[in-house]
Design a protein around this ligand. Structure first.
Ligand code: FAD
Length: 399
C-alpha cells in the first residue's frame, strides 16, 4: 500500500519495473449523462498522463493518445449511451459494468465491482470526481483494496515545477521545491476547511485513489491528446467502429456487488432561478461587505457593468443574498470573462468555483488575502470606497 506524506519517496505508484502505467477514471452519471465534474476528472487524468509521461500537456495541435493510457470505468444499469459518449473520446478503453444491481448507486455494489477490478488490474491511479457519493464510498474502497487515498485534490505538479506551470492547479504547488517522489509529483489538497494547503507526495508501490475537486481541472482546458468534455461531443460519432472497439464488458458478480441500501427515490433540489454559469460578468461579494444593508453600491456596479451578482457562502448563510447566488464548491462553478470579488478572502472552497474566470479583479483591504493569488488585478483598500469609485469610472468610460 502506498504511503502519502511529505517525505521523499523511493517507488511511486506503478513503480513496478517493466510495467506500463495506467490511469483509470470512474465517472458519475446524472439522468444517464456523464456529469460535468466527471469530465473534469477525465481532464485531470489527461494532465496526469502527460505529467507521468514526462511532458507538459500541449493544447490544440496533434491528436495522439496519451503515452499513459486512460481507461474510463462506468458503473450502472442501461448505461449504453454514456458508455458510447465516453468511447468517442481519446481514451484507451471504456470498461462497462452494466447490471441491474447497479441501477442505483449503493456503496456495497460499487465497492464490490471496483474492488474486484482494481485487485485484478492494479491500475496506478483511479480518479473520481470529488462528490458526496465519492466521499461516501471511496475511503472504504481504499481500505478494501489496500490502495492509497488522496481525497479532494486541487492540483499536482512536478516536484520542482516553476510557478505558473500549466499542470492543473500547479500554481498551488509551485515552488514546492522538494525532492521528486516515485512518481515525481507533488499533489495539493486543502485541509482544515481550506485554511491550509497540504502538499503530498506518494511513497511505495500500488494503486492510489484520487478524488478531484470540482473546478480544479476545467474540462475545456484539456490537452489535445485527451480532448474530453461535453463541448467536444459529436452526436452519432460514437457509433463508429473505433468507439465500439474501446467498449469492454466488466463482469459483475452479484455475490460481491451487493446493494447495501434501499434507495427510496431522489428529490430534485429546487431549480436554480439564476444560472451564474452563463454570466459574462459577475460582481461577487463576500463577508467583507458587512451586511445586507450595504449591498447597494455592489448592485450599482453590477448594473453599470451589466453583470450578475454572486457571493461567497457566508453572505448566503447570513441571509444577505439568496442561495442561488453562491459561488464555490457547494455553490455554482462559474467562468465569466470578468469576475470582480469584493470583500472575499479567497478560501479554497470559493476559489474552486471561480478561478476559471478569464480576468479576476480582487478588492480587499488585506494585501495578504489569498484571493490576490488568483487575481490579475488587485485593489487593496476599503471596498466601500473602491466599489463606488469603480462604478463611477465604468460610467465615465461608457460616456
Ligand atoms: P471571509 O473569509 O471572512 O473574508 C472576508 C474578507 O473581506 C477578508 O479577506 C477581509 O480582509 C475582507 N474585508 C473585510 N472588510 C473589508 C472592506 N471594508 N473592504 C475590503 N475588504 C474587506 N465558501 C464559498 O464562498 N463558497 C462555497 O461554495 C463554500 N463551500 C464550502 C463548503 C465546505 C464544506 C466548507 C467547510 C466551507 C465552504 N465555504 C464556501 C466557506 C469557505 O471556507 C470560507 O469560509 C468562505 O469562502 C469565506 O467567505 P468570505 O471570503 O466572504 O469571508
Amino acid at each position: 500500500m502506498p504511503e502519502l506524506d511529505g517525505q521523499a519517496g523511493q517507488v511511486g505508484p506503478g513503480g513496478q519495473p517493466g510495467r506500463e502505467r495506467r490511469i483509470w477514471v470512474v465517472p458519475q452519471l446524472r439522468d444517464g449523462r456523464v456529469t460535468r465534474v466527471s469530465w473534469e476528472a477525465l481532464a485531470a487524468a489527461g494532465r496526469l498522463a502527460a505529467a507521468l509521461a514526462g511532458s507538459a500537456p500541449s493544447i490544440g495541435t496533434v491528436r495522439t493518445l496519451p503515452a499513459v493510457p486512460i481507461t474510463a470505468v462506468l458503473l450502472g444499469s442501461g448505461v449504453d449511451a454514456a458508455a458510447r459518449e465516453l468511447a468517442q473520446r481519446d481514451l484507451a478503453a471504456v470498461l462497462v459494468a452494466d447490471h441491474p444491481v447497479l441501477a442505483a448507486y449503493t456503496p456495497g455494489a460499487w465497492i464490490g465491482v471496483l474492488a474486484a477490478a482494481i485487485g485484478a488490474e492494479r491500475p496506478d491511479y483511479v480518479l473520481f470526481p470529488h462528490t458526496y457519493q465519492t466521499v461516501d464510498f471511496v475511503p472504504r474502497l481504499a481500505q478494501r483494496t489496500g490502495a492509497g487515498l488522496l481525497p479532494e485534490v486541487t492540483g499536482f505538479a512536478p516536484a520542482a515545477a516553476p510557478a505558473g506551470s500549466p499542470d492543473g492547479a500547479a500554481t498551488n504547488t509551485a515552488g514546492a521545491g522538494g525532492e521528486a517522489a516515485g512518481d515525481g509529483l507533488v499533489w495539493t489538497r486543502p485541509v482544515l476547511g481550506g485554511k491550509l494547503q497540504a502538499r503530498v507526495r506518494v511513497r511505495g508501490a500500488g494503486t492510489v485513489l484520487v478524488s478531484v475537486q470540482s473546478g480544479s481541472f476545467p474540462a475545456a482546458a484539456l490537452p489535445a491528446a485527451a480532448s474530453t468534455g461535453p463541448a467536444a461531443a459529436t452526436p452519432g460519432a460514437a457509433d463508429g467502429p473505433a468507439a465500439d472497439t474501446k467498449l469492454r464488458l466488466l463482469p459483475v458478480d452479484p455475490a460481491q456487488a451487493r446493494p447495501d441500501r434501499e434507495v427510496l427515490g431522489y428529490e430534485e433540489a429546487a431549480a436554480q432561478q439564476v444560472d451564474l454559469t452563463k454570466a459574462g460578468i459577475i460582481v461577487a461579494v463576500g463577508r467583507g461587505v458587512g451586511g445586507a444593508d450595504k449591498l447597494g453600491p455592489i448592485e450599482e456596479l453590477a448594473r453599470a457593468l451589466g453583470a450578475e451578482i454572486g457571493a461567497s457562502r457566508p453572505v448566503i448563510d447570513s441571509g444577505w443574498l439568496p442561495r442561488e447566488r453562491q459561488i464555490g464548491s457547494s455553490g455554482q462553478t462559474v467562468s465569466p470573462r470578468l469576475y470582480i470579488a469584493a470583500g472575499i478572502s479567497g478560501a479554497i472552497q470559493h476559489l474552486v468555483g471561480m478561478k476559471g474566470s478569464a480576468v479576476i479583479v480582487a478588492i480587499n483591504k488585506d494585501p495578504s488575502a489569498p484571493i490576490f493569488t488568483v487575481a490579475r488585478y488587485g485593489l487593496v483598500g476599503d471596498l466601500h470606497e473602491l466599489v463606488p469609485a469603480l462604478t463611477a469610472a465604468v460610467k465615465a468610460a461608457q460616456g
